[in-house]
Design a protein around this ligand. Structure first.
Ligand SMILES: [Zn+2]
Length: 67
């Protein structure tokens, strides 16, 4: 994995995203965006990387409304 990314999202390395449809895991926000575009899997669950707790479930509005 390439650790040195230029465009780091503020949640990178703090949060983990899991696709609700195929259960793919993502550490980088940019990978989530890419996955959603490629697969049209729009529901992504957001987990706290340290505690492993579900923080948020991002549906179709994801991208336009960040909490
Ligand atoms: Zn997926």
């Amino acid at each position: 994995m390439n650790i040195l990314r230029i465009n780091m999202h503020h949640d990178d390395l703090k949060m983990m995203w899991v696709c609700n449809k195929c259960r793919s895991r993502f550490v980088f926000h940019s990978d989530v965006d890419e996955h959603r575009k490629k697969t049209e899997h729009l529901t992504i669950e957001k987990y706290d990387l340290k505690s492993g707790k579900l923080v948020d479930s991002l549906g179709a509005i994801y991208g336009t409304s960040m909490r």
